[in-house]
Design a binder for this molecule. Structure first.
Ligand code: NAD
Length: 252
């Protein structure tokens, strides 16, 4: 595995017990970062932290709902108190939400998807920026968008709207906080083989595979490698950008 040289750095990974977030937590830990895993359920968070520690990493787990402003602020505070600061934050927690056309989209489903996939990124990023600014050492924030942060997808209006919002939020915050030495980027995976897509029928999966130039889905590790690079000092001139990692999905 590549060493992204994150020794001495602390990284928050939201949605860090599953899929892309888990692969990110493992890859950042393997490059020497201390990891704060944030996710919904205490048991799952504890299991992930045990696994990371068994592989030699320093890690803590915080069970929270990333849409809860007070919980997010408390989680940043605990991360800083435990590890002395926060250098990297990967705002990755997300849900797919209901599948329905815009004309019929359930309103509670819309509100939930916007809350979990967009408002949570704003809340986490807000608290992380405050902690990074207070420490005065800068940092790198990576917000998980999607190919659906660039194009639409029938049946996924709330998801696409939220992910387009994540890109706009990222670009704006990058301008606002460049002077604080905080780099902020968005990552846009194509369809990735994770539990989020587990319930998909084989026929639907085959159709999705065909929409990528590479005719396959991606792996969580392929996304994690981009996140690890953006986290590292090797990406020192990268800010305010949407980075596709999509097997050619958008290259049509
Ligand atoms: N899998 C894909 O094809 C794909 C493609 C593009 C973008 N993404 C994005 O990547 C991110 C991770 O997706 P994944 O496929 O690894 O999904 P996943 O379901 O495997 O993992 C998502 C994690 O987020 C956590 N989470 C959900 N809501 C939360 C909340 N309110 N508070 C705290 N934690 C919460 C879940 O518990 C879970 O551990 C998401 O933002 C998703 O939109 C996924």
């Amino acid at each position: 595995m590549i060493d992204y040289q994150l020794q001495g750095k602390t990284a928050i990974v939201t949605g860090g017990v599953s899929g892309i977030g888990l692969a990110v937590a493992e890859m950042l830990a393997a490059s020497g970062a201390r990891i704060a895993v944030w996710d919904l359920k205490q048991e799952a968070v504890d299991a992930t932290v045990s696994d990371l520690k068994a592989k030699g990493a320093e890690a803590i787990g915080i069970a929270l709902d990333v849409t809860d402003e007070a919980a997010v602020e408390a989680a940043v505070k605990r991360t800083v108190e435990t590890f002395g600061g926060v250098d990297i934050a990967v705002n990755n927690a997300g849900i797919s939400g209901p599948a329905a056309s815009s004309g019929d989209y359930p309103i509670d489903g819309w509100r939930r998807v916007i809350d979990v996939n967009l408002t949570s990124v704003f809340l986490c990023q807000r608290a992380q920026i405050q902690a990074m600014r207070a420490a005065g050492k800068g940092g790198s924030i990576i917000n998980m968008a999607s190919i659906l942060g660039q194009v639409g997808y029938a049946g996924s209006s709330a998801y696409a709207a939220a992910k387009h919002g994540v890109v706009g939020l990222t670009q704006t915050a990058a301008w606002e906080h460049a002077a604080d030495q905080i780099r902020i980027n968005a990552v846009g995976p194509g369809f990735i083989s994770t539990p989020l897509l587990e319930t998909m029928e084989p026929k639907v999966r085959a159709t999705l595979e065909g929409r990528h130039a590479m005719k396959r889905l991606g792996t969580p590790e392929e996304v994690a490698a981009l996140v690890a690079w953006l986290s590292s000092d090797a990406a020192s001139f990268a800010t305010g950008t949407y980075y596709a990692i999509d097997g050619g999905y958008l290259a049509v």
